[in-house]
Design a protein around this ligand. Structure first.
Ligand code: SF4
Ligand code: SF4
Ligand code: SF4
Ligand code: FES
Length: 584
């Protein structure tokens, strides 16, 4: 252990701890900008400077380990002036249009400028006139606002292993740009939105589509449509953060009320469609595992960023991919077929909105023709958690004091298996809960598969079903999947048995609770709290297995016939094709 002092306060930390983390341990905050808890520090901005007593040299706290006996000064007039100059220099190349910026009031640069009392800008303004890139439909890249902190590049390259963005140019001309200087939507970008979740300013942000939804909600007379909304599992445990609540606070039943107050006619819960996904994917697994029909391991397909990554980077694995659509798209298809039919409404007069933790879902809803299985676009618009928070605030809805309510039937009631889709390992756990019963005809005594929970990048577990060991793996954060796929490929090439029978993949760290459209400021601590909220909801559920959902059973007998039926395939399944990284 290292013994040192921060502003005279004794601190004991493990060897290798940075000055920044040592200071945090004694509740001293050192400002940071390029640093982010998810990333290795790379000391680009210089705002975190501190001094070691007896030396005039400034050290960058985010990347300098604290040494035995060091006495660190984090704040003196010299240090504060240096930090102020760093901010002023950044502001000299940054537009001053905060009022109209998508990050207004949520911007780390704006907050620092306010904290440091910046009133004047002493350096000449040198703005860069670079066009906005809105080519993905999911994200907007505005390089003019970029402060060159490098977080997005590190996220995209190191965490996600996608390499869709990079710095181009030199010196003052350095700019953030899609790789190879194409449009973002024409390159390898998988729309995961992790760059937007990590950008400290308004240089990369979600494509805000709240205007489209407001228009639909406000329409009257012949133009009006029945507005139907669904909310995803992960939204409920994160939305509260935009209203000052702790991560993990579960607002499910207040969100239903808020959605009705926004003007939605019908409120469904995507958890229900997650149960449907399990019935379809579980059946697919049983076919492959027990009947030997199809490639193993079966790989989950409910994350659209992962689907995009697989098609672009791993086309050879398509035979292993589940054909089941994501819960968002299953719900969309069911809204415009089963529900519209039951309600006696022309599907063309239904406006279907999804609230997701995810920017990639905006891309998914028009991914290919199978997303129009009702004959219409199954999900008209996807909003992220951040956009929903904005709408609730715009409408003057006091979310925290709203009465609670229930979702509409028949596609509202859901199970604990549906809600855990929001966390890494959740899809696998939900699938195992049902696959066990589908294969054995018996019920599990303990439905908790704790081995697939938590934030380890790759998790493995096994379960014995009828004397056979089912081996599963779970990977989250796109950069972790290569290792899993390489092991599968190696086994195939050597003619050996597959290392796993079932693999779950989610593009975002922590799964959807850490999605690119969730409230800003996500760290592993926040992820853990959101995950806790998800599993608490599971434990509190009346039913914890998808096949126990009484309304799922009803929908199969009244409409879909049986899991994996021809009709289920028409509405609830999709197909894939290998794609080039770059559009020609
Ligand atoms: S959305 Fe994901 S893949 Fe695309 S640039 Fe951002 S981090 Fe990279
Ligand atoms: S786009 Fe944002 S995250 Fe990326 S370098 Fe610029 S300011 Fe940093
Ligand atoms: S893990 Fe979830 S939030 Fe992230 S891209 Fe996939 S579906 Fe979207
Ligand atoms: S936060 Fe340490 S150099 Fe940027």
């Amino acid at each position: 252990m290292i013994n040192a002092k921060i502003n005279g306060i004794p601190v004991q930390v493990a060897e290798g701890t940075t000055i920044l983390d040592a200071a945090r341990k004694v509740d001293v905050k050192i400002p940071t900008l390029c640093y982010n808890d998810d990333l290795e520090p790379w000391a680009a901005c210089g705002i975190c400077v501190v001094k070691s007593q007896g030396s005039a040299k400034m050290l960058r706290a985010c990347c300098t380990p604290i040494d035995e006996g060091m006495s660190i000064i984090t704040h003196d007039p010299d240090i504060v002036q240096t930090r102020k100059t760093v901010i002023e220099l950044i502001l000299s190349t940054h537009p001053d249009d905060c009022l109209a910026c998508p990050r207004n009031q949520e911007c780390e640069l704006q907050r620092l400028a306010a904290e440091f009392g910046i009133r004047e800008q002493p350096f000449p303004k040198m703005l860069r006139d670079i066009p906005i890139d809105d080519s993905t439909g999911s994200l907007i890249l505005n390089p003019e606002k970029c402060i060159r902190c490098g977080r997005c590049v590190k996220v995209c390259q190191e965490m996600q292993n996608v390499w869709a963005i990079e710095f181009l140019g030199r010196g003052e001309k350095t700019r953030i740009a899609p790789a190879a200087d194409v449009k973002l939507g024409e390159g390898p970008c998988i729309k995961c939105g992790q760059c937007s979740a990590h950008c400290p300013v308004g240089a990369i942000y979600e494509n805000d589509q709240t205007g489209l939804v407001w228009d639909a909600l406000m329409k009257e007379g012949a133009e009006a449509k029945t507005c139907v909304v669904q909310i995803a599992p992960a939204v409920r445990v994160a939305l509260g953060e935009a209203f000052g609540l702790a991560p993990g606070t579960n607002l499910t039943r207040k969100i239903y009320t808020a959605l009705r107050r926004l003007g939605f006619d019908v409120v469904f819960d995507t958890n229900f469609a997650a149960d449907l996904t399990i019935m379809e994917e579980g059946t697919e697994f049983v076919k492959r595992f027990a009947a030997g029909e199809g490639a193993l391991p079966l790989i989950t397909s409910c994350c659209p960023a992962w689907v995009d990554y697989l098609e672009k980077y791993n086309g050879d694995m398509i035979p292993n991919f589940s054909t089941a659509k994501s819960p968002q798209q299953m719900m969309g298809a069911m809204i415009k077929t089963y529900w519209a039919q039951k309600a006696g409404i022309d599907p063309a007069k239904v406006y279907s909105v999804s609230i997701m933790p995810c920017t990639a879902k905006k891309f998914e809803n028009a991914r290919d023709r199978t997303m129009y299985s009702s004959g219409q676009k199954d999900v008209d618009v996807t909003l992220t958690t951040r956009e929903l928070a904005r709408m609730i605030k715009q409408a003057g809805i006091d979310l925290l004091n709203l009465p609670e309510s229930d979702p509409d039937s028949p596609m509202g009631p859901n199970t604990g298996a549906g809600v855990i889709f929001g966390a890494t390992g959740g899809v696998m756990e939900a699938a195992l809960r049902t696959a066990y019963t589908l294969i054995t005809g018996e019920e599990l005594r303990d439905v908790n598969f704790t081995g697939v929970r938590g934030l380890s990048g790759i998790k493995e577990a096994s379960i014995h079903i009828k004397g056979t060991e089912v081996r599963v793996a779970v990977a989250h954060q796109m950069g972790n999947i290569a290792q899993v796929l390489e092991m599968v490929r190696k086994a195939k090439a050597e003619g050996k048995e597959t290392p796993w029978h079932f693999v779950e993949v989610m593009a975002c760290r922590g799964g959807c609770i850490g999605g690119g459209g969730q409230p800003y400021g996500c760290t592993d601590e926040v992820r853990k709290m959101r995950i806790r909220g998800i599993y608490d909801a599971d434990e509190a559920s009346e039913y914890r297995c998808s096949h126990h959902n009484p309304l799922i059973k009803q929908i199969y007998s009244a409409f879909l016939e049986k899991p994996g039926s021809h009709k289920a395939h028409e509405l609830l399944h999709t197909s894939y094709e290998a794609r080039d990284l770059y559009l020609k």
